[in-house]
Design a protein around this ligand. Sequence first.
Ligand SMILES: *[C@@H]1O[C@H](CO)[C@@H](O)[C@H](O)[C@H]1NC(C)=O
Ligand SMILES: *[C@@H]1O[C@H](CO)[C@@H](O)[C@H](O)[C@H]1NC(C)=O
Ligand SMILES: *[C@@H]1O[C@H](CO)[C@@H](O)[C@H](O)[C@H]1NC(C)=O
Ligand SMILES: *[C@@H]1O[C@H](CO)[C@@H](O)[C@H](O)[C@H]1NC(C)=O
Ligand SMILES: *[C@@H]1O[C@H](CO)[C@@H](O)[C@H](O)[C@H]1NC(C)=O
Length: 271
Amino acid sequence: MANTQGRDIFPPSCSIIFLLLKLLSYSLSAKGKADFSVSGPGQPVLAMVGESVKLQCHLSLNISAEDMEVRWYRKEPSPAVHLRKKGRDMPEEQMWQYKGRTTFWTAGLAQDQAVLTIRNVTVFDNGTFHCKFKESTGSAEATLWLRVAGLGSEPRIQVRAGQDEGIRAECTSEGWYPEPQVEWRDFRGQTLPSTTNLTVSPTTGLFAVVSNVIVWDRDVGNLSCSISNPLLQKRMETKSHLPAAVLWQEPPVFSGNVRGTGIGCSWKKRD
Ligand SMILES: *[C@@H]1O[C@H](CO)[C@@H](O)[C@H](O)[C@H]1NC(C)=O
Ligand SMILES: *[C@@H]1O[C@H](CO)[C@@H](O)[C@H](O)[C@H]1NC(C)=O
Ligand SMILES: *[C@@H]1O[C@H](CO)[C@@H](O)[C@H](O)[C@H]1NC(C)=O
Ligand SMILES: *[C@@H]1O[C@H](CO)[C@@H](O)[C@H](O)[C@H]1NC(C)=O
Ligand SMILES: *[C@@H]1O[C@H](CO)[C@@H](O)[C@H](O)[C@H]1NC(C)=O
């Protein structure tokens, strides 16, 4: 109600000024439109943790970007990932996370592309980037996606003999990104149920894995712990040959069918 009343008492002269302002802003934005456009790779760019990655943007025309302001940024335009103004890098306006890690390739500037190299990629680089080209008549920008991947360390398996609780094996590994998948298999290649703990390092953002299995079947032979990165579709696997890690001793603690050797036993750690 109050709103309608407010509109009613709005003086006509104000409406005209408002209209004029609107027209003015239209013409301004039209003037701000660049006569070129910018494009990125379209596909997400894959980068490995600790390595370097090149982010490329192309101008639609074969024009020089040398005199343009080129700004690479994440969420907010400022501070930037990398900023070049009047042919000069501007570290003053750079995010601290990117200080000393970026190079803008001037060699490409005379042509139609701009390449930004980011060194020592971290998981915090995963996500969206923008490259914005600005000249006197206007600006244009493109969006890029960076996908960061980390292949962790080779898994380590530790086997501990339990008393009445079967054989406990623990698999550990660090340096994974994104979230890895863990799988245990027995010598027949059958998966074993396990409990897995993933923790994120507060400094690197990488995942560490601690995974446990309890094996009841004495016939289990070899155990393997396999950790895979879904993004890279690569895995690291370690096999543990149980009889090398534990010693046959004492009569069996479990009843039931002992396949294969027929040796009655329980597992015990070698001293
Ligand atoms: C782009 O322009 C540069 C310099 O003006 C020229 O040397 C180059 O051949 C041009 N490239 C294309 C693909 O037209
Ligand atoms: C790369 O980044 C990691 C994590 O931020 C850091 O610990 C390491 O020192 C950096 N390495 C180089 C060569 O800058
Ligand atoms: C990493 O970035 C990509 C886009 O580049 C996004 O789709 C994905 O969700 C991000 N991953 C994580 C774990 O944030
Ligand atoms: C997983 O981590 C939590 C917290 O650190 C801990 O309480 C729990 O015992 C761990 N579980 C396993 C299976 O290691
Ligand atoms: C266990 O692994 C060892 C060494 O890799 C291999 O020689 C042996 O045949 C394996 N045993 C079984 C039961 O798979």
